[in-house]
Design a protein around this ligand. Sequence first.
Ligand code: IPE
Ligand code: IPE
Ligand code: MG
Length: 250
Amino acid sequence: MLRKFFSSTAEVPQASAIPRHVAIIMDGNGRWAKKRLLPRVAGHQQGVERVRDVIQACIEHGVGYLTLFAFSSENWRRPKEEVSKLMELFVMALEREVDKMHKNGIRLQVVGDLSQFSPQLQELIRAGEAKTGGNDRLVLTIAANYGGRWDILNAVNRWLAANPEVEQIDEARLTPYLSMAYAPEPDLFIRTGGEQRISNFLVWQLAYTELYFTDILWPDFGAESLAQAIAWYQKRERRFGRTSEQLLER
Ligand code: IPE
Ligand code: IPE
Ligand code: MG
């Protein structure tokens, strides 16, 4: 397997003014709905609308990779009705959006343990990825039934199965097996909804990512909010272990 991108721990990456990869935990849908005395699912519906705006804004900024956490491996713990509504919304969004994405040059990827989804949803995902596979304007990754720990263990197990005779694994050998091996590590992580935690998102890949937390609830997050997050990102000094003085020398 070919390694296309550098690892932030194996070498010092070149930081760019516009984040190449933005990863977002879209949180706060339930609270948005509650504030309006609406059922939680209304918040999720509104959340899907925001996804479209943020995709467009990313394209305008020149972001190459956008990764959205849609459903965590722990979200199965929610009430059954909410889980099935979320699945329905996922199906509807794929049915409605894949053609438009394709026309806009977006490549869709879905990462996570998809085996737990209905055959219909799995087929929609497969077809969407196949249809858009040749596009390169923006790589949109939806993390669904995704967990960072699952990702690492899955990679280790797949590596072990492919290399039964080798005794030790190292970073360069492991990373091609991680589910997002096709993308650079995220430069900018955004979590809406006010919580300051990773919630088992990309635990390996976020090692050197700039972490941005905002109280804005996901259904209220739009192009302007994204621009603010990018402006914040541009003020960060990405040292990757070095000193400020060393950065000035370059
Ligand atoms: C995020 O919003 C969407 C999913 C986890 C699917 P929440 O549903 O977690 O909203 P809050 O955190 O309850 O407000
Ligand atoms: C994280 O949000 C997962 C997604 C946004 C899909 P949660 O709302 O599930 O996170 P916790 O449980 O509050 O940490
Ligand atoms: Mg939440």
